[in-house]
Design a protein around this ligand. Sequence first.
Ligand SMILES: Cc1cc2nc3c(=O)[nH]c(=O)nc-3n(C[C@H](O)[C@H](O)[C@H](O)COP(=O)(O)O)c2cc1C
Length: 189
Amino acid sequence: MSKVHWKGSALLAPVPPALVSCGTMDAPNILTVAWTGIACTHPAMTYISVRPNRHSFGILQRTEEFVINLPTSAMAKTVDLCGMKTGARMDKAKHCHLTLLPGDTVAAPVIAECPVSLECHVVQQLPLGSHTMFLAEITGVQVEERFVDSKGKLNLQQAGLLAYAHGEYFAIGRKCGEFGFSVRKKGKH
Ligand SMILES: Cc1cc2nc3c(=O)[nH]c(=O)nc-3n(C[C@H](O)[C@H](O)[C@H](O)COP(=O)(O)O)c2cc1C
């Protein structure tokens, strides 16, 4: 297999194009963030990397709280718009007809239309260059009830989550395995 060799660049894909909500129920803002991920399981830690020129940046620095909301593919246009327009000049929640719900552990609002929302408390701000990383503990999670089965297990197969890869949005498709299935003994569930 022949490869093309490039200099180092931010080419990890797919990533979740998260709708990050910050501020308060009375003064909310939403921005799209693709530079996010899980950093630790126990304690549950995540991060978002945000450019200092974003309107949300000052809010994040001041409140040290945010919510990562995972959007569906039906929300792709909303996700793009929240990544194109600034909250300095527009109420994006209102413009996109998003329903805001109170967080359990943060003052920042949760976006009702997103199947999964992670409530986060910033523990460290790391200026890295173009972006500052907000490392945060996930202090609460809200998930859409219809994706939780009778045993309390979260099934995201039907949630239709959105993915982002190198400038393009994709609807997550067919399930092709699950954690540990490569080593599971036949007939044992
Ligand atoms: C798909 C997508 C992903 C983005 N990811 C990031 C990101 O990881 N970090 C960031 O600072 N901006 C990112 N942006 C840009 C911000 O969302 C955009 O500048 C937004 O308008 C900022 O809103 P605000 O000024 O209301 O804070 C992304 C935009 C899009 C469309």
